[in-house]
Design a binder for this molecule. Sequence first.
Ligand code: ATP
Length: 693
Amino acid sequence: MGDEDWEAEIIKPHMSSYVPVFEKDRYSSGANGDTFNRTPASSSEMDDGPSRRDHFMRSGFASGRSMGNRDAGESNKRENTSTMGGFGVGKSFGNRGFSNNKFEEGDSSDFWRESNNDCEDNQTRSRGFSKRGDSEYEQDEGTQRTGGLFGSRRPALSGAGNGDTYQSRSGSGSGRGGYKGLNEEVVTGSGKNSWKSEAEGGESGDTQGPKVTYIPPPPPEDEDSIFAHYQTGINFDKYDTILVEVSGHDAPPAILNFEEANLCQTLNNNIAKAGYTKLTPVQKYSIPIILAGRDLMACAQTGSGKTAAFLLPILAHMMRDGITASRFKELQEPECIIVAPTRELINQIYLEARKFSFGTCVRAVVIYGGTQLGHSIRQIVQGCNILCATPGRLMDIIGKEKIGLRQVKYLVLDEADRMLDMGFGPEMKKLISCPGMPSKEERQTLMFSATFPEEIQRLAGEFLKSNYLFVAVGQVGGACRDVQQTILQVGQYSKREKLVEILRNIGDERTMVFVETKKKADFIATFLCQEKISTTSIHGDREQREREQALGDFRCGKCPVLVATSVAARGLDIENVQHVINFDLPSTIDEYVHRIGRTGRCGNTGQAISFFDPDSDNHLAQPLVKVLSDAQQDVPAWLEEIAFSTYVPGFSGSSTRGNVFASVDTRKGKSTLNTAGFSSSQAPNPVDDESWD
Ligand SMILES: Nc1ncnc2c1ncn2[C@@H]1O[C@H](COP(=O)(O)OP(=O)(O)OP(=O)(O)O)[C@@H](O)[C@H]1O
């Protein structure tokens, strides 16, 4: 679609042109979902089959022969048998390590080799101190994949005998992955093309890839769904004992409860309906700071309520100052822009914004890649006070002149260290230098994350006023103590067996399994389905529709195992995730902290098991020992030995970039050291403000 067509798109009622390759219902196991039981079904393939189909269907590994032309009325058994056949004969995967429904260790090396041939996978597989964030390229691969690169992997997979399904996805693959990558969750070297790339390349369907037509389903409108929440856990009250540091000049005192925040009645009602009765530490400190109009960099453990910590005071300001009520306009000028690195995360933030702004005239809108650009525009032109966006889509929309920046008063970077690193940093710099964007002196800039490496803190200075405040709840970059961490020494070729053993012991509890590459995510998910463990997967090569479906199936418990790449490492808040398994350890310790933080949220407890392969993970031994001991976890003797033998002089923490783990505000000034239960005091500190401009 050319640029000029967008106007027509908005005015015309729109029908999604998306036609699923396989309709889910055709393969559904029935309403009761029994067939997704993790326990191996003793009786029949009828029972375990659909779960396999479920993954095959979504991962695109379904044999076109066995599934593509099937009559909807056919029995589960028949589908199941053909799926088994298509997969089990080993034909489907050719020489890729599958035979007789098993991975073969020897052959599987082909798989690893194949992975290595993939440039993007190369990046993620390469380890070392210089490789920080490589695994995060899972979500960023597109830019590099654009053009031939992504295409080059296709024949390998389609040649794997998977038939039409993957082939057809391959066809859209450069559009799906490439499209996404063109504009979304992007790593750009120069960033030269990226900010208009979606409009110019992705969506417009020119050489860069086909038009993306996916329109996400609207979120439920009923109040119960909007305010649905899970319970805080037994350790919620222990948050009060966590040490909090506030650094910077003239920090306002912390508040102890919601009443002290003096929010308007509607907001208070929404907070109550959301089930919030008590503030978390990051909220106690951040809310008054933001209400006082200060810029903020806040670092608090995973799952401790950072989202509400920025949303509530921003909404309070908006309510207090008054905002332009939503109305149809070709150019919308939001007061607040929130950016986050992944689509699923920004959608989650949007849902929180919608919840807390319920019953007000503030309208939140979410836009992200992998969805139809026209749909994003239609959402925006109806009115937009808070714009939640992934960076690529945001820049595209700005390029389309649907968003003006002059009214921006609040700019929020969630997962800020990720937003500022070499992946998204260039996009963010472009954003703040866009025409119309108020300077940092004129807007309020807020950054949140559980990790904040020193060098990223320095980069952040460019975005923040020099007198910004820094809030550190607990150890910066520390793991959540509610997660019990176990590190097992497991070699590459024993991992699958160990994984199955653990999953069988776990039973039906929700488990996220992190792997290193997208391709491996598909292979492991398929393998688990084959082992009769209901599994789905999420990674950057899946279409957005599939990603959302996978997350939905995992959230509702239909598929209790979610195999994921780093695309799901940050921010996702899923009820009842009791286990995280690092099948592959990530290349950086920060990523480890985020991954295991998908469990043990909001005072609930969780477990994380990580497979440590001495052939590839030794560089993580030292930072792992630190993270484990900081979180008061048992440190295995063998890990300490490896850490000792790979000792890096001067190391004091957990970065794999050769730099020390940031443990404090890099400006070094500290004004407060307090527990979250007490109000903050302000002490002057020697901040060299100038060096931050
Ligand atoms: N004061 C509160 N009372 C009860 N529940 C809360 C409170 N604050 C946040 N929550 C809930 O805790 C969960 C985790 O919050 P949130 O996702 O904001 O954590 P986070 O700190 O951003 O985590 P991450 O670092 O993983 O992004 C959410 O379900 C949220 O609704």
